[in-house]
Design a binder for this molecule. Structure first.
Ligand code: FAD
Length: 438
């Protein structure tokens, strides 16, 4: 028998941590949900949008909090806007598919305003501690937060906690022999804003994800030499400028030299780490029973539900997805477990599901670090959430466009953002204007 063991509560009080795309989406659905009586959206920044807020500042803000955003000035989206909206709230029509960050921020503001979310956000409220406790009718949460404007600290009680604090803000620094001793500058892409600091330098860029590739290309316009080190199985077919060379992984750094796994070496002035980010939930007390190890967040059922405390969920953990639409689906999924549309499986069934997923991923060659990577698994993941929660999945055209765009990114880095997509129906799309070919 499938039991619902304690997720449903009438007139629930909900705390949403963060007002980036995930938190806004959570709040939007919660505000419309009859079983919810109170939604507090706590956002540490003075504005909404999270990642999409650009600032020249790096390090710490005026209140001593680490700068959250990793946005750089020239950024344009790496996915077309046609798959960057919410299912019932698309990005407005325009003649371009790949938009600058400021347009995505404006879109999120529009979404938030239209759904009455903005007026409910408690800005400059930094969540410091989340701790579970036993109430008369089940588990509750104490959330402690600080009003950064007046320094006041408060603790409030909630029935549910939505963790929506993002995961592109805490740099992942890989172990590279000699990195600590390296005499030149070392920087992570989290702190990258404009290319000027690299003028006339020989820069070793480590990592060829979307940011690494974009920034490496941008640096070629100011730097003496750009050495792009990566382990992509398939080398990008992009024709790079002559001052960019591609290398395999770094073996070690010594003096002002980088030595690579193929035995070659390069003289460098700066090490620029585009090595990604790590999940970080500094406000979760250990009694929340969430562990992050090698970038795997456990134990989460369907990458959403804290299996040890069902009244806590995480929105936005998977990556290589159609992000905002996936947030929407994850929120619909979880809210439907709150209002009794479906019952979550038993603890044993959830644990077995997660173990099975881990075994399956390992058998397909995924590492632990890739525990939340979707990519080719996206469509199956979306369908599994939708089926269980008896809600609508995302149309397959989304993943089709995502796949096409990723291939074009690899093979036509300089011009793929000129492509313009048009969705025809749930399964089909066309590219109505093709970016210049190389
Ligand atoms: P965030 O946007 O990070 O929002 C989290 C919010 O939580 C922030 O506002 C933060 O201030 C707040 N917060 C954190 N801790 C606390 C706390 N303790 N108390 C209170 N508030 C807190 N995705 C795409 O789909 N397409 C793209 O083209 C794309 N480009 C990207 C480019 C860059 C450089 C980066 C870094 C990411 C990009 N992404 C892209 C991924 C993008 O981050 C996600 O699409 C999405 O915006 C993440 O939303 P989020 O709400 O999960 O996190």
């Amino acid at each position: 028998m499938i039991l619902n063991w304690g997720t449903q509560k009438a007139m629930a009080r909900v705390c949403v941590i963060g007002a980036g795309a995930a938190g806004l989406c959570a709040a939007r659905h919660l505000l419309e949900e009859p079983c919810v009586s109170q939604v507090d959206i706590l956002e540490q920044a003075p504005q909404l949008g999270g990642t999409w807020v650009y600032t020249e500042d790096v390090g710490y803000d005026d209140f001593g909090l680490p700068i959250h955003t990793s946005m750089y000035k020239s950024l344009r989206t790496n996915l077309p806007k046609e798959i960057m909206g919410f299912p019932d709230f698309p990005v407005p029509e325009s003649d371009k598919s790949y938009l600058p960050a400021k347009d995505m921020l404006a879109f999120l503001k529009l979404y938030s305003d239209k759904h009455g979310v903005t007026e409910k956000i408690k800005f400059s409220h930094h969540v410091q501690l989340v701790i579970p406790k036993q109430g008369a009718s089940g588990e509750l949460w104490d959330v402690t937060f600080k009003n950064m404007l007046n320094g006041d600290t408060d603790t409030r009680e909630y029935d549910y906690v939505f963790v929506c604090n993002g995961h592109y803000n805490t740099p992942f620094i890989p172990h590279i022999p000699g990195l600590k001793e390296f005499k030149g500058d070392v920087m992570h892409s989290h702190d990258y804003r404009v290319p000027d600091v690299f003028t006339d330098k020989r820069v070793l860029v480590i990592g060829a994800g979307p940011s690494g590739m974009d920034i490496a290309l941008e640096l070629t316009s100011v730097s003496k030499k750009v050495v792009l080190s990566h382990h992509l199985k398939e080398h990008p077919r992009t024709v790079f400028p002559e001052n960019l060379v591609q290398k395999p992984d770094v073996d070690r750094l010594e003096g002002n030299k980088a030595y690579f796994l193929d035995g070659s070496e390069e003289e460098i002035d700066v090490v620029f780490l585009c090595t990604g980010y790590q999940y970080n939930f500094p406000f979760l007390h250990e009694s929340c029973d969430i562990v992050v190890e090698d970038n795997c967040v456990e134990p989460l059922y369907k990458h959403v539900v804290n299996m040890n405390h069902l009244s806590m969920c995480f929105i936005g953990v998977p990556y290589y997805v159609c992000a905002f639409s996936m947030f929407d689906l994850q929120v619909r999924y979880y809210v439907r477990s709150m209002n009794g549309t479906f019952s979550l499986p038993s603890p044993e069934q959830m644990a077995e599901h997660w173990e099975e997923e881990k075994r399956d991923r390992a058998a397909r060659g995924y590492t632990k670090r890739q525990a939340h990577m979707m990519g080719p698994d996206q469509e199956k993941y979306y369908a599994s959430l939708a089926t269980e929660a008896k809600t609508k999945t995302l149309p397959s055209v989304m993943t089709k466009i995502r796949d096409e765009s990723s291939i074009r990114f690899l093979h036509n880095l300089k011009h793929y953002r000129q492509d313009v997509y048009k969705i025809i129906d749930d399964d089909t799309y066309e590219i109505i204007s093709d970016g210049k070919r190389e």
